[in-house]
Design a protein around this ligand. Structure first.
Ligand code: ADE
Length: 235
């Protein structure tokens, strides 16, 4: 998979050289390219923002550098037939979920456009929709200073679903949100730690009983912490 990121703070993404995604980049499973939006400015101050038409607080990102950036990145897509999918992290977007991550992990080319200030001139989204699918996606109902941290979270959630990135594919199946429930609790040695014992059933060797206990725990946790996720039959 190819992922391009456009940001005025490209060094935010240095962390994506680490761990599993770093390894995926090294082995070629993930082709991640981070770009500085200011490289597509042409004035002495490398200006990317201006005051909003109609007034109001803050600054808005100018369309011209974004247009040049998107043209160049979309035009460099030599993978052939598939148009890129443009993702603009925004608190005004659809909420990102595991289902969104799974959907995006099937695409050949993602382009993340990270806005700052009060956002990006609206015409940029219209223009990008002529180059590929455009998604405005929110990490959740709170406000960050810009799209960078949200893009990093989405890239990690999507990247680990690329086949081969996570060594043991079974660990993807048993996680929170993959079956619509929260994950069951996990324990390791020692069997007693600071007077707290591991639940007996996990030491029993009875695989059927262990599976049933884990399922109960998933439902109980989900009911307690995230009742909004429970299917009506379990509520
Ligand atoms: N940019 C600012 N806040 C955001 C959020 N909650 N999700 C995605 N992008 C954002």
């Amino acid at each position: 998979m190819r992922i391009d990121v456009v940001s005025i703070f490209p060094s935010y993404f240095d962390g994506l050289t680490l761990s599993l995604l770093g390894k995926a980049r090294h082995t070629g499973l993930l082709d991640l390219r981070v770009h500085d939006l200011r490289d597509w400015t042409h004035d002495r101050h490398r200006t990317v923002d201006d005051t909003p038409y109609g007034g109001g607080a803050g600054m808005v990102m100018k369309p011209e550098p974004w247009g040049l950036a998107l043209d160049e990145i979309a035009g460099s897509d030599v993978s052939g037939t598939e148009a890129p999918t443009f993702i603009f992290p925004s608190p005004a977007g659809e909420v990102f979920t595991q289902a969104t991550a799974r959907d995006l992990s099937t695409r050949g080319h993602l382009v993340f456009g990270c806005g700052r200030y009060e956002g990006i001139d609206e015409r940029v989204f219209e223009y990008a929709s002529g180059l590929g699918e455009v998604r405005l996606i929110s990490l959740g109902d709170y406000v960050l200073n810009g799209g960078e941290v949200a893009a990093m979270a989405m890239i990690e959630a999507v990247g680990r679903l690329i086949p081969g990135v996570v060594g043991n594919p079974e660990s993807l199946v048993e996680e929170s949100h993959e079956d619509g429930l929260l994950e069951y609790p996990s324990y390791t040695k020692p069997s007693v730690w600071r007077e707290r014992a591991v639940p007996e059933v996990l030491l029993s060797g009875n695989h059927g009983a262990i599976a049933a206990w884990r399922r109960e725990q998933q439902i109980e946790r989900t009911r307690r912490r995230r009742p909004d996720l429970l299917p009506p039959a379990e509520a």
